[in-house]
Ligand binder design. Sequence first.
Ligand SMILES: *Cc1c(COP(=O)(O)O)cnc(C)c1O
Length: 387
Amino acid sequence: MLDAWHSKTLAVRHASTRSEYRENSDAIFLTSSFVFKNAQHAKECFAGEGKGFVYSRFTNPNVDALAERMAALEKAKFGLLTSSGMSAIMILCLALLEAGDEVVCARELFGTSVRLFSQLLVKFGIKVNFVPLTDYEAWQKAVNSKTKFIFCESPSNPLLQIADIEKLAEIAHQSKALLIVDNCLATPALQNPIDFGADIVMHSMTKFIDGGGRCLGGSIVTNDEEIYQKLFAILRMAGPALSPFNAWVLLKSIETLYLRMESHSKNALLVSEWLQKQPFVKCVYHPALASAEQQSLANKQMKRLGAIVSFEINGNKQDAWNLIDQCKLFSITANLGDARSSICHPATTTHNAVDESLKQEIGITESLIRLSIGLEDVQDLCNDLKI
Ligand SMILES: *Cc1c(COP(=O)(O)O)cnc(C)c1O
């Protein structure tokens, strides 16, 4: 069935459950534990021998269904879900790293991911190197026999740089390290990093998978059973489980993911082209407006270019803030991936905690504004940004 159905069909149908009442929409299993038929059955379930759910910290019908669907959409055999995108990264670190190990990360990561890698891991004797996302010589130099994994996002947030995933996989595999890709901005509807050699793909489902800004959630998928078992053991032990309620909401959301990503991408491209013509705009960041090399990489790896557009205005921080404050339609929020378009000032919000010098290096200037383009009418969105 997996081979026969298109991903669009899998997004709507795969791993859907049906109880004895034969409901069409998945039922919710909001229960912390499950009842065994008898003592023998309980023993079997605990030992992982018998069929049956045990406890929603590590097994739940809604959570399992969504994990299977996420894995299918990312073309992976195994999937597991966590309470948030950050706890997915935490589980990866706890499962794959020991004191003395090293990790290499792109420096252009989601702000909290940078903090987790740079502030938390060092407490446990793990060395983290940060390198520029598209400087492959720097990646090559930073990876050594102690490197357990390398970690990147593509496209990056907020400047939409595209990493050559195949190249990064090659660099990682030369040193027997794993490549982990945070596929949050693209989603499986636009990009499957496993096709390009990634070993593990993670998401913050909080963003486009939800699509309505309601639930936190994280996911990890892989084709490697040994890795999956290690991750699952940590999830069971450490406990950052996804709530069945959130899984149930997200199961419905994901049914419209492909449709939404198509509309998000079309709208974002039109807004970026409009922005490029405005006199108050200094430069626009969108993969379609990047260098020829970046464009061809984006077109190779992605089906469409996604919802995020960033731009610098001619002016200073106050001018950027003024533009944000005059918006009546855009929500002023750091969340992204919502049907509702949002606007934020990365330097003072999402990247507030990043070093001033690093901010300058990676291009998070005071006049930079990031948009997550939603599903509203494009002309209304452009009119809202006009100054
Ligand atoms: C939001 C985000 C995360 C963190 O996810 P949460 O669900 O907020 O914990 C990680 N990576 C990227 C790229 C994100 O945008």
